[in-house]
Write a protein that binds this ligand. Structure first.
Ligand code: PMP
Length: 286
């Protein structure tokens, strides 16, 4: 496997960062997870834009242009003869002292990994998944800007640990107000009376790229979508629920804690959106 690291394609074994990189020491850096379908980088511009926006928000100057990084992703795919799978695009703060100040760091490091991806077993895509509401709340925006897709995922990892220990694959995180925010690596929707509702960005969530695509597909299909606060009770009482994310794509939620959602099966609105999403990723429009 070849990894793109700071402008060069290197063997996986030589793709190494210093222990003094602030990405390693403090999780100081930003990243994107991106899908590749049939040789096309899915929502490439949106991901590259989001990476630069994440970096801008933490005053991290990426030492390449958007075009250069896009070319680098394609080069990495070519070098690995990969036409389907996943790209991880990462920017770390770079070498620094043991102090926190990012302003004492040298050049940021940039690397690109491509790999296979299988997020959840196929059975879950067909029958839906069970989840819990985590006790760990989503870090409020006043503590950490959710639009910074940073290298520090401990808030989400704590919720993921709760999920795994509860015997389910994923957890829903509430925000400080007690409303539904998002999952550890996916956005969440509920369906009520035919309308697909998802928390707005003010709920303290990442502006998911899959979420935006699914909302656009909903508009095209005549499925009404809306951004609104969702309480845990709204979620329990929903007709359907589903998650969206780069890795997970679109997947139904059929159980939350000990509550069955709807009739416990993948609902009709979720199914329509799931099929539309698959058609979209199969098409030339991605
Ligand atoms: N929320 C969080 C916290 C995430 O890490 C992700 C994955 N990037 C998402 C939502 C889904 O976003 P996207 O559809 O852009 O992958």
């Amino acid at each position: 496997m070849k990894v793109w690291l700071d402008g060069k394609l290197v063997d996986k074994g030589s793709a190494k960062l210093s222990v003094f990189d602030h990405g390693t020491l403090y999780g100081d850096g930003v990243f994107e997870g991106i899908r590749v379908y049939n040789g096309r980088v899915f929502q490439c511009q949106a991901h590259v834009d989001r990476l630069f926006e994440s970096a801008r928000r933490i005053r991290l100057a990426i030492p390449y242009t958007k075009v250069e990084l896009t070319e680098a992703m394609h080069k990495t795919l070519e070098a690995n003869r990969r036409i389907n799978g996943y790209i991880r695009l990462v920017v770390t703060r770079g070498l620094g002292t043991l102090g926190l100040s990012p302003f004492k760091c040298s050049d940021p490091s940039v690397f690109i990994i491509t790999s296979d991806i299988e997020m959840y077993p196929q059975e879950m895509y067909e029958n839906g998944m069970a989840m819990i509401i985590a006790k760990t709340i989503r870090c409020p925006a006043r503590m950490l800007d959710p639009q910074v897709k940073s290298l520090n995922y401990l808030n989400n990892i704590r919720a993921k640990i709760e999920a795994v220990e509860a015997g389910v694959a994923e957890a829903i995180m509430l925000n400080e107000q007690g409303n539904v925010a998002e999952c550890t690596g996916e956005n969440i929707f509920i369906v009520k009376d035919g309308q697909a509702v998802t928390p707005g960005l003010k709920a303290g969530i990442l502006a998911g790229i899959t979420r935006a695509v699914v909302m656009r597909l909903g508009d095209k299909l005549g499925i009404k979508t809306a951004e609104r606060d969702i309480s845990p009770e709204d979620l329990y009482a929903a007709d359907e629920s589903f998650l969206t994310g780069t890795a997970a794509e679109v997947i139904a939620v059929t159980k939350v804690d000990d509550r069955i959602i709807g009739n416990g099966k993948v609902g009709p609105v979720t199914k329509k959106l799931l099929v539309a999403f698959q058609e979209f990723t199969d098409s030339n429009q991605v």
